[in-house]
Design a protein around this ligand. Sequence first.
Ligand code: 2GW
Ligand code: MN
Length: 297
Amino acid sequence: TSDIWMETVCTHAYIETPMYNCNHRTDVASVTPWLAPIVWEGTFDSTLIDSIYKQQNITIATTVFALGKYTRFLKDFLESAEEHYFVGFRVHYHLFTDQAEEVPNVKLGQERYLTVKKVPSMNRWQDISMSRMEILEKLIENELASEADYIFCLDVDTKFYGRWGVESLGRLVGVIHPWFFNVPRFIFTYERRPESQAYIPAGEGDYYFTGAAFGGSLEDVHHLTKTCREQMNIDIANSIEAIWHEESHLNKYFLYNKPSKLLSPEYLWRDISMSSGQVKIIRLSHVAKNNAEVRPN
Ligand code: 2GW
Ligand code: MN
């Protein structure tokens, strides 16, 4: 009954006093225990939030890595981003690849820019995944300061299906991993060996975040990437590699540096063919990939 009651009160309050903004979701938490918003469809007004950010003349840097056979994901990623990702805002993609000649020619909208940067090929895929932190750290240090306000770092084996807009912006932003949004914390696949810098003891940790999407202000993401890079280097010196690589270190970082905003799994879903009652809209989804075909070894 309380859901129906809330819905009734909210709807009426909304009609009678348009200033009163109602969160229409009662089936999901939309705030963390440290009072950071968790963004779900139905918790924000996209027209209103667009108009607020429109006055700020912001640039969103977006990084993506496509090495080896992963260049095949670029066309769908970029084309779908042009349709759904920060539409109407200035976006600068920074694409890192070892095969610049494989980058497709995608027509970009107004105030949308793409810079391709060459990086050396790597043999171990774990190294590709982990080296992203250091490359991002240096990119922010050397180039972005004067040209962007926010940054998002995304996996390339993904495709946009719905709006990803300024509601996602914040100082430090993490995305709840789509496999772990409604499970108890003992299920989280944190690094459990104390020898690793990514170690999180049983009973600790608030959420399990995906390594495939994170972002925030340049300053905060710089600190995040620098810290994760340093922690991974300590692990290398101790001959240990965290169970989920940089994702494990990211989760450790978020445990002690709480994100100021969380994005629901709408912002990185598992696979477009899967559904969940709570996910009303898929904004970005991993694409089904044939690992045997795209992964080198
Ligand atoms: C090659 C073999 C095996 C795994 C990855 C790769 C590979 C990754 C590659 O040949 N070329 C490449 O550009 N990548 C980049 O690394 C690409 O941007 C890709 O999206 C990203 C992460 O690899 P991916 O997407 O295959 O891994 P997922 O989807 O299983 O990733 C999760 O776990 C990873 C760590 O184990 C990362 O944390 C990732 O962010 C997570 O989504
Ligand atoms: Mn991926």
